[in-house]
Design a binder for this molecule. Structure first.
Ligand code: ADP
Ligand code: ADP
Length: 231
């Protein structure tokens, strides 16, 4: 099953900067995909199309087979389906305590208190952050903040999780913990995971499909073997 598909998708910023050009890509259910590319290649711009923050200037993006619709109610649905974890957790964590942060999404969906509590508990468990419910997010380490940000997204029960540079700024132990969580979600819940990264070694190990973005275009795509063992 194809969960995200773009067809000749292009995007220019209002100032005219052409950030994406003729992007054709497919992400399958349960796939682990990675987007690699240098600064300015268009990774963040592309990610912002996956959950409807940005709307293509031309071409199309389909989520679960349906062309994205940008009406308010449809956008809420897209954002439930496609959870986005930003590069800097400080952009995502703003409540006084960890549990309030993780509860924010499901509360906004208007779910009953018991369901919110259940989701907070399950999500913190999935990222190994039980026991930190009452802590202030800004007192946590970078790796712990990242895990709480992931928990906040998990609490929305997305089918697809998109993470911008999930390991940047983490120490090796933090990197390992975050990657373990992503493998677990993928293998146990069949969640589709899309990451961006500069870390070629990590991406080669993690991803089943890699897209190389350069100057707003996908210049290579394939398995890690296809991409890195090109003769
Ligand atoms: P990253 O490489 O982590 O994606 P960038 O340095 O490209 O970050 O962008 C950081 C922020 O600055 C983003 O919010 C982006 O939208 C904005 N930005 C980047 N380039 C421009 C530009 N030419 N004009 C206006 N805003 C920009
Ligand atoms: P990456 O995430 O790969 O670093 P971005 O998606 O942030 O790349 O940027 C792609 C291109 O779009 C760059 O040329 C960048 O300067 C430009 N850009 C990013 N954000 C903006 C913005 N808000 N306004 C104008 N140009 C932008």
């Amino acid at each position: 099953r194809v969960v995200i598909k773009t067809e000749n998708m292009s995007f220019a910023y209002p100032d005219g900067t052409p950030a994406l050009q003729n992007i054709n890509m497919e992400i399958l259910e349960g796939e682990r995909a990675a987007i690699i590319g240098s600064n300015g290649a268009g990774k963040s711009t592309l990610f912002s199309h996956f959950n409807g923050i940005l709307r293509p200037t031309s071409g199309l993006i389909k989520i679960d087979g349906e062309p994205a619709s940008y009406k308010k109610d449809d956008l809420i649905k897209i954002r439930q389906k496609v959870g986005m974890v930003f590069q800097n957790p400080d952009d995502q964590l703003f409540s006084p305590t960890v549990e309030e942060d993780v509860a924010f999404g499901p509360m906004n969906l208007g779910l009953p208190d018991e369901e919110v509590e259940k989701r907070v508990e399950e999500s913190l468990e999935a990222v190994g952050m039980m026991g930190s419910e009452r802590k202030a997010p800004h007192h946590l380490s970078g790796g712990q903040k990242k895990r709480v940000a992931i928990a906040g997204i998990l609490a929305m029960k997305p089918d697809i999780m998109v993470l911008d540079e999930p390991t940047t700024g983490l120490d090796p132990h933090g990197v390992e913990q975050v990657m373990d969580i992503l493998y677990d979600l993928n293998l146990k819940k069949n969640m589709s995971i899309i990451i961006s990264s500069h870390d070629v070694e990590m991406v080669t190990e993690f991803a089943t499909k890699i897209f190389v973005l350069h100057g707003g275009e996908i210049i290579h795509q394939g398995t890690p073997e296809d991409i890195f063992n090109d003769p």
